[in-house]
Design a protein around this ligand. Structure first.
Ligand code: ADP
Ligand code: MG
Length: 301
């Protein structure tokens, strides 16, 4: 097969591993810089151009679209879909997963467990918002944040009020969430491919840190999932419409709670924690699923 990897940087671990996995399995592979793609959307036949060249004949595309280029990246991916190229995850699913509120709303609709979460626009509603999620301590999150930046733990009601009001004053979009204390500064990353969890790791935040992000000094280790955790991760990826997803769970007294669903999960942490060839499994999924020129969406939505 001829496989495109949409990525801004071919030196990134995940991109390199995907290239390797394609080559090992005998596929032709090219890394395409998302931001250097340009499109002809007026012609009858959708076209995608790249550094002066007309991109043709790809069978599948692996989107690795960073949060900061979601808007342009999903448009490029949609163009691939319109050309009948099989996307590992569809552009609509990626857009959906990038919006934290929309994601949580979709998950709650199908009964996936999640921390109590609230959202408000006006400072006049802050008191009630705090009450709604069960009072302090609580977690306040910037909707646009990633890698733990913009996630704040407010220990008291007064602190919560000040932080929420400050964010609102800056016109930042935030959500307010029940703090899951019993998670103990740890979370679980489940790597879902198709309808299977192929790898899972626990991430533990550094001493005195409630955020477990590896970028914030967290450490990863192997973990055995419970059947409920496995089922929750699969259901969450499915609701989002993602064939490849990193589903983050908190272990709580009332079972697994989904925090977020990532559409371009990093491979370095999970491959080194589990020793598994996740990149190879993504390519295997493409081999089993891709039907060239028969993608369902054709770039809809
Ligand atoms: P980001 O998108 O920036 O990674 P997350 O929502 O994943 O933001 O939060 C970062 C980390 O903070 C999580 O990995 C988790 O360890 C911790 N955390 C987030 N929300 C909660 C919560 N409601 N209760 C307890 N810990 C939380
Ligand atoms: Mg996270």
């Amino acid at each position: 097969m001829k496989i495109a990897i949409l990525s801004r940087n071919k030196k990134l671990y995940s991109t390199r591993r995907l290239v390797e996995a394609c080559e090992e399995r005998g596929h032709e592979v090219r890394v395409i810089d998302t931001l250097r793609c340009y499109m002809n959307i007026t012609s009858e036949k959708p076209e995608l151009h790249y550094r002066g060249e007309n991109l043709l004949d790809f069978d599948a595309v692996i989107p690795r679209i960073g949060a900061s280029v979601t808007f342009y990246g999903t448009a490029v991916l949609r163009q691939f879909e319109m050309m009948g190229v099989f996307p590992v995850s569809e552009s609509v699913a990626i857009s959906r997963s990038r919006d934290k509120l929309r994601s949580l709303q979709l998950l709650s609709r199908v009964g996936v467990g999640m921390p109590k979460t609230g959202f408000a626009n006006s400072p006049d509603d802050v008191q009630d918002l705090i009450k709604m999620v069960g009072g302090a301590p609580l977690v306040i999150k910037l909707l646009e944040g990633t890698q733990g930046i913009g996630v704040v733990l407010a220990e008291t009601k007064k602190a919560a009020e000040s932080v929420i009001e400050a964010f609102m004053g800056l016109k930042a979009n935030i959500l307010v969430q029940e703090f899951i204390k019993e998670a103990g500064g740890a979370d679980i990353r489940c790597l879902v491919i198709g309808n299977r969890v192929v790898a899972a790791m626990q991430r533990q935040g550094a001493e005195g840190e409630f955020r477990s992000n590896l970028h914030r000094g967290g450490t990863a280790s192997l973990i055995k999932l419970t059947p409920a955790e496995r089922a929750t991760a699969i259901k969450a990826a499915k609701v989002m419409g993602l064939n490849v997803a990193g589903v983050d769970l908190l272990r709580s007294d009332r079972g697994p709670l989904v925090m977020e669903v990532n559409s371009s999960p990093g491979l370095e942490g999970i491959e080194s924690a589990t020793g598994k060839d996740v990149a190879g499994m993504i390519i295997e999924f493409i081999e089993k699923t891709a039907k060239p020129h028969r993608t369902r969406t054709k770039g809809k939505g």
